[in-house]
Design a protein around this ligand. Structure first.
Ligand SMILES: [Zn+2]
Length: 144
């Protein structure tokens, strides 16, 4: 797949507002590497132990790269899966965690979203157990 200019993809208005086009060109190899790197960071920082996953949309499509059912620490380039927003596994060995549907539905509903991260950080689990609310914060960037 050739590199794709995601800033000219429909609905990607957040990136345009940054005014910096240096992060617009994405290719599949970089997306796959970003997912591996992000997965390892989630593990190393204690944000995700056995559960948690990050995915990346293949630009301009309703397909995304998703790790198999395993700890983020074990995610590698050669075990990533390709799924579509309807739940079909298009490539890769192994099976996805059933929470891939969270990613699939976000990608289907929001064509401008290029990446999704779902985790259960211990600090958030504690706050939730205490009945405290957690304020959602969003930041839009090209890199994971
Ligand atoms: Zn979950």
């Amino acid at each position: 797949m050739p590199p794709v200019d995601i800033c000219n993809s429909p609905g990607v208005w957040e990136l345009k507002t940054l005014g910096d086009k240096s992060n617009c060109i994405m290719d599949l190899a970089q997306i796959r590497q970003d997912i591996v790197t992000a997965s390892h960071i989630l593990h190393q920082q204690g944000i995700a132990a056995a559960f948690g996953h990050v995915s990346g949309r293949i630009p301009g499509t309703e397909r995304f790269i998703f790790p198999p059912r395993m700890s983020p620490a074990l995610v590698r380039l050669d075990n990533l899966l390709e799924l579509d927003v309807e739940g079909n596994q298009l490539s890769g060995e192994g099976r996805p965690n059933t929470e891939f549907w969270i990613h699939a539905r976000i990608y289907k509903a929001r064509p401008d979203v290029q990446s999704v991260c779902h985790v259960h950080p211990p600090s958030c689990v504690v706050l939730g157990s205490l009945g405290e609310t957690i304020q959602a914060v969003a930041r839009f960037r090209r890199s994971l």
